[in-house]
Ligand binder design. Structure first.
Ligand code: TRP
Length: 390
């Protein structure tokens, strides 16, 4: 297992987190048709933003127990499929992962984002306005700051920053989200959010976006397909329940979660694993006049609803087909990430998502794990050893 990383240089034991993830990134850039030059630039960006963690040998444990991915790799990739073009490649990372505690993690992350933004000519003023809310001196919670880059042609990415609503305590998360929305001019946005269990992330688009979004991510425990379909609060042109039609989201949920009854004629779904990650919804605000979100995304943690990645990929392929998309880049991306057989583990495909944004066609997004540290065994097979493979 350890010797099978694609393109791994030299003997096993000499590879680093930065080396491993940047080789994966180079392979993915090729899949989506970015030039070799852009790919090199983005691979250097990734290692620079990981800071000291990039140099860390892969046979040491992960730099911190980040929940960015299940095996604590502080990097996750995604492919977002749009009609008539190559999918967009994005990389989510934790720039402060080398820090020893959460306060330093946040400070390091903020500094890395500001430095990179300055190089790209990207303004961070909207982030600066929120620093006291999300990056207090003694932060709480599972993370401080993550950053996602959308790797466009030309070497300058689009930038998104993810912040923790519970940074000043879980009990303050709602008030923090409300205040952050208010500071950014979205006075009525908080009241537009659907019922939920938890505020998970507060995210900002920075830089060169046609319509930069402010996004609120919510967790929903134990949802039915019909409830998932009813989460969107977008306005928009459709008379059948707004821009993100309930039926479309409901169908997406059923297929992604394996509850479409395709094989069993509609019988009860297979029993769930003991602990499943919640379904998430994201509500994107771009203007404040309507008080309503202009975008809605439904995220299904397919890895908790499928026995192995072979099944997750079958569902992803079905969903892409329904939305008129060629699954070939997804399958090529999987080969760029790992040599393992998809059936030999679960979690390479972390989430499947369906996004509706006003003025744009719906997008299917597949979130793909690096698995730099471990592969979760498939369901139904007792692992011969613990899940960690190195
Ligand atoms: N790993 C975390 C989770 O599963 C955070 C995360 C990473 C996430 N990528 C994501 C959440 C994509 C939603 C969508 O919750």
């Amino acid at each position: 297992m350890t010797a099978t990383r694609p393109g791994a240089p030299g003997p096993v034991g000499t590879d680093t987190l930065g080396g491993h993830t940047s080789r994966q990134l180079l392979g993915l850039c090729e899949v989506v048709g970015l030039t070799a030059h852009d790919a090199e630039v983005y691979a250097r960006t990734l290692t620079a933003m990981l800071g000291a963690a990039a140099e860390r040998p892969l046979d040491l444990p992960p730099p911190n127990p980040t929940f960015l991915s299940d095996d604590h790799t502080p990097v996750e990739f995604s492919l977002s499929f749009v009609p008539g073009a190559a999918p967009a490649l994005r990389v989510l990372l934790e720039p402060g992962c080398a820090a020893g505690d959460l306060a330093r993690n946040g400070r390091l992350g903020l500094r890395a984002v500001r430095e990179a933004a300055a190089r790209w000519g990207v303004a961070t003023d909207r982030l600066d306005e929120l620093e006291d809310l999300f990056l207090p001196p003694s932060p709480e919670g599972p993370f401080a700051l993550w950053c996602a880059l959308e790797l466009r042609p030309g070497g300058v990415p689009k930038v998104k920053v993810y912040l923790n609503p519970a940074a000043t305590g879980r009990g303050h998360a709602a008030a923090t989200v409300r205040e952050a929305l208010r500071r950014l001019g979205h006075h009525d946005a908080f009241a537009a959010l659907p019922p939920h269990d938890r505020h998970l992330f507060f995210a900002l688009d920075l830089g060169d976006w046609a319509e930069p979004r402010v996004k609120v991510y919510l967790a929903h425990q134990d949802l039915s397909a019909a409830e998932a379909g009813a989460l969107s609060r977008t306005g928009g042109p459709s008379s059948t329940g707004g821009l993100a039609r309930a039926g479309e989201n409901e169908e997406f949920f059923r297929i992604a979660a394996g509850q479409d009854g395709a094989e069993d004629g509609g019988a009860e779904p297979a029993p769930a694993p003991a602990v499943r990650r919640p379904v998430q919804s994201c509500h994107a605000f771009t203007e404040s006049a309507s008080g309503l979100p202009s975008g809605f995304t439904l995220y299904v943690p397919v890895r908790d609803y499928a026995p192995h990645d072979g099944e997750a990929l079958t569902r992803a392929t079905a969903l892409l087909g329904r939305h008129g998309q060629d699954p070939a880049p997804l399958l090529a991306a999987v080969s760029a990430l790992t040599d393992r057989d998809p059936q030999e583990g679960v979690g390479l495909v972390a989430y499947l998502a369906l996004a509706h944004q006003q003025g744009q066609p719906p997008r299917v997004t597949t979130y793909l794990s690096s698995e730099a540290y471990a592969v979760r065994p498939p369901v139904g097979l007792l692992p011969a050893q613990p899940a960690t493979v190195r």
